[in-house]
Design a protein around this ligand. Structure first.
Ligand SMILES: Nc1nc2c(c(=O)[nH]1)N[C@H]1C(S)=C(S)[C@@H](COP(=O)(O)O)O[C@H]1N2
Ligand SMILES: [Mo]
Length: 436
């Protein structure tokens, strides 16, 4: 490489790598170019970089031969093949598509989930919908019923927003009698975050003309589960969207192609995929999907009718189970935080099981009802440690510890688990999931 190219490469790697990949970049240019970025890391005087050997004369094969041809649609490097969703089919014989698959959170960075790794939850598999035949019907308590083809919808003014989708059953795995020794994604991977683009629902409802007696709407999917949920009209008029695009391309079949209802910050189940009708009603319909599941069972044996807004939550994705610490020294604690109520205001990290806390750095932009990445440099002294993160949102909601969360419900309750989870780092570098 010419000198200028080397400098350019160093600049790019310093700016994009952050602290995490300090070992992969040239230390001198890293320090020179990225000092501001890594102030926290550098003050410790430690380095995780390998001392560079003299450049070898023998070029690797990829530097001596022409590269592969272009591809019409790209896929990740074959070296990243282990990074995939964890499939948990519920009834493999009757309906192999029913169940869920979890996002490998521990292998990902930043805030946006690649579309091919977005978690899935299907009540009767993924329908293959021909967009030319699909319609969205808006009817019920409206002045005039309307039907929209995907093509017609695409002519309306659109908007984009980043939003997470999280299943009410996310982290239910961590409510069992014993902590499971599985990856972060296997515990918490029923959450993903995308940029969604589509038509504000308020626009379509306005065109249909809302009858003053309408207070709710019933949203139904075109899958053979006919999944349906009742949504308060206020939410529909606030920030609900008929999403047509996910991360810039048409929404994936697994996420609701050709269209889904997006209710930012609200329980995943209500984000009805393969959306085919919205019926305006005076009250909630109490469909099978909102009465047989997703209700919070309280200590007195009574159930909450609905839990729409998802609680404030965070998880440390790195270091986490499945990784091994390579001796004492410098690490970055990195994770994700989100809240159904708004923006993340603060994330605190503890390395001593909640005795003391430090504010993590929130990586911008910090968007409402979306995933925020937090980071904290950690100089590990090699002694056992208990890693926790605690998120606080801009409405003052604080992520509860495990005991506080559990005490709110009946012992059998498993939904909406937003409690603090703990990774134990042992002196030998191994990491496990523990209950404290
Ligand atoms: N029509 C329909 N919509 C649906 C579902 C479904 O099975 N059918 N699953 C729901 C559930 S329980 C969740 S958590 C989210 C999952 O969205 P995703 O598969 O895009 O991650 O979609 C919801 N919308
Ligand atoms: Mo769900």
């Amino acid at each position: 490489m010419k000198k200028i190219e080397i400098e350019e490469a160093a600049r790019v790697s310093a700016e994009t790598a952050g602290g995490a990949s300090i070992g992969r970049s040239d230390r001198r240019s890293f320090l020179a170019r990225g000092a501001a970025l890594t102030a926290g890391l550098v003050t410790t005087g430690a380095s995780v970089a390998t001392r560079a050997a003299e450049p070898s004369q023998a070029l690797p094969v990829w530097s001596r031969t022409p590269g592969a041809p272009m591809r019409a649609y790209g896929t990740p490097s074959r070296f990243e093949e282990p990074v995939k969703r964890v499939l948990t089919p519920g009834y493999p014989k009757v309906s192999p598509g029913t169940g869920s698959s979890l996002t490998p959170l521990q292998a990902l960075e930043g805030t946006i989930t690649p579309s091919g790794l977005h978690f899935e939850r299907h009540h009767n598999g993924v329908p293959e919908i021909d967009p030319a035949q699909h319609r969205l019907l808006i009817h019920g308590l409206v002045r005039r019923a309307l039907s929209f083809s995907p093509q017609a919808l695409a002519r309306y003014p659109m908007t984009s927003r980043v939003a997470f989708v999280e299943c009410a059953g996310n982290s239910a795995r961590n409510t069992g009698p014993k902590p499971l020794q599985v990856t972060c994604g296997t515990i918490h991977g029923l959450v993903s975050c995308s940029e969604w683009t589509g038509v504000p629902l308020a626009l379509l409802l306005d065109e249909a003309g809302i009858d003053p007696s309408a207070k709710w709407l019933l949203a139904e999917g075109a899958d053979s589960a006919a999944m349906s949920r009742s949504v308060p009209l206020d939410k529909a008029l606030d920030d609900a969207m008929i999403a047509l695009y996910q991360n810039g391309e048409r929404i994936r079949p697994e996420q609701g192609y050709p269209m889904r209802l997006l209710l930012p910050g609200w329980e995943g189940n209500m984000n009805v995929k393969w959306l085919q009708q919205l019926k305006l009603t005076a009250g909630p319909a109490h469909t099978k999907d909102e009465t047989s599941k997703y209700s919070d069972l309280m200590p007195d044996g009574k159930s909450q009718q609905f839990t729409f807004v998802l609680g404030v939550k965070s998880t440390i994705t790195r270091p986490s189970f499945g990784m091994t610490m390579e001796g004492a020294g410098l690490y970055e604690i990195s994770g994700m935080a989100w809240s159904g109520s708004g923006r993340i205001a603060r994330v605190e990290v503890s390395t001593d099981g909640g005795v003391s806390w430090k504010d993590a750095r929130l990586q911008g932009p910090v968007l409402p009802k979306s995933v925020t990445r937090f980071r904290l440099p950690w100089d590990w002294n090699g002694a056992p440690a208990l890693l926790q993160s605690r998120a606080i949102d801009d409405k003052g909601n604080v992520q509860p510890d495990r005991k506080t969360w559990t005490a709110q419900y009946s012992p059998a309750h498993r939904y909406h688990n937003n409690s603090i989870q703990t990774w134990r780092v042992q002196a030998d570098g191994s990491i496990s999931n523990v209950y404290i």
